[in-house]
Design a protein around this ligand. Sequence first.
Ligand SMILES: Cc1cc2nc3c(=O)[nH]c(=O)nc-3n(C[C@H](O)[C@H](O)[C@H](O)COP(=O)(O)OP(=O)(O)OC[C@H]3O[C@@H](n4cnc5c(N)ncnc54)[C@H](O)[C@@H]3O)c2cc1C
Length: 468
Amino acid sequence: MRTIVWFRGKDLRLRDHVPLAEAVAIGDVIPLFVLDPFFFAPARARDAPHRMQFLLDGLQELAAGLERRGSRLVLARGKSVVVVPRLLRRFRADKVVAHRWVEPFGRERDRRIAEQLGSRFQLYEGETLLPPGSLRTGSNRPYAVWTPFAKAFRAAATIDRPRAAPRRLPPIPPDIDIPRIEVPRCEDLGLVRNPRVLQGGERAARQRLSRFLRDNLVHYPDSRDRLDLAGTSRLSADIKFGTLSIRSIWSAVTAVSPTASRFVDELIWREFSYSTLWDRPGLLREPFNPKFTGFPWIDDEARWARWTSGRTGYPVVDAAARQLTSEGFVHNRARMISASFLAKHLLIAYRWGEEHYMKYLADGDWAQNNAGWQWSAGCGCDAQPYFRVFNPILQGRKFDPQGAYVRRWVPELAKLPPRYIHSPWEASTLALKEAGVVLGQNYPQPVVDHPAARGRFLALASRHLKSN
Ligand SMILES: Cc1cc2nc3c(=O)[nH]c(=O)nc-3n(C[C@H](O)[C@H](O)[C@H](O)COP(=O)(O)OP(=O)(O)OC[C@H]3O[C@@H](n4cnc5c(N)ncnc54)[C@H](O)[C@@H]3O)c2cc1C
């Protein structure tokens, strides 16, 4: 038996890679990665520079790991739907195996390949802990609310132990004569490497997991929402690119700590987002709550520019915007505050923000990002109710009490005392002067007045939802 193991960018690992392990057990293996222009055309790579960097790190390590074990990663260029069936024939392989994707465009790609290869194309579960779409309500419908989903998940989940990486791999069969292509580097795709983005690859991912288990898991319930503490795992990009399998995280976390349930909840939120997108592929285009269809968002380019560049005058919103473009990551609480601010305070379509986040996040993930944006805008699955509008000042004071998060990302406010750091316009002339802040010059006045913007959104939303 000769199997092509098709790595597809969301499973860049050798540990707990079931399609690989099963292929090794039954014969020859050809590990394949396709440089599909859908992602690797320079213009597409520039649209996701941090994700691409993280992916290339993972790909390089994967290629090196395969070589160390006696095999090698075969790279091919071209559209997957054309290249993969062609290589199956050219390599005289019996089948192609890969992990399933949830996104509608990935499913369409797989449908087109299955149309050509039939049973010679085999998809494995593994991106999620339970196959997406496998949990159903009593009336056999997809869940729309997280709490019952989580309950059903906990009742159904028996998660197998992760598999070890194969110690040795069979060499690539000698008749595989495809010209050798090296794993591209950032520069090859016209990108400048950003040293502030986390290192990708299996080794860095495992180190992050170990550090989190050792230092932070036990404090996670108290520190996960704090913007000023490194209280979360920072595993999101590893999960997204599969440099750690989700069940290896689940197993490690649940084995180490009986207090892990708060962290496990977050993994179940992820399952929920994936399951939701599986059942409702249209969500990448439209709101979950149909009453939000046609919402009169405002195409306000000037305010959009202030939000994206971190110059809204609301320090915590600005810190999030700058963290995003600087290091390709934003703390979850800051994502919620800043997404809510864009949609509700500025009345700018959440889709704009969703796209902007997808461009810069290293962990940018279609299912999760869409769910996060729809939740924050109030139109999503189990969204917070539309009338709950985050107050960026109070959120800042609660989750960044001394202002360390703001000081780091908005250095022009660094010298303000904690009581004004989240509302510099409330500071006395003397306090501003001592901190070197000149509002309207080196830091902007607020782009909108919080109570007025909140009132404007509530009035508009209630009118729209009533009439829809
Ligand atoms: C507007 C918005 C956009 C988002 N976009 C993304 C995205 O593109 N990619 C992404 O991975 N997450 C996204 N999230 C969810 C969350 O913010 C990140 O997963 C989290 O901040 C990653 O940091 P961490 O790994 O340290 O999280 P931890 O707190 O350590 O959580 C561990 C893991 O659980 C999962 N998780 C955590 N929080 C959530 C959540 N609220 N919903 C679903 N899964 C969660 C993630 O896989 C995360 O890595 C978004 C949230 C919002 C509000």
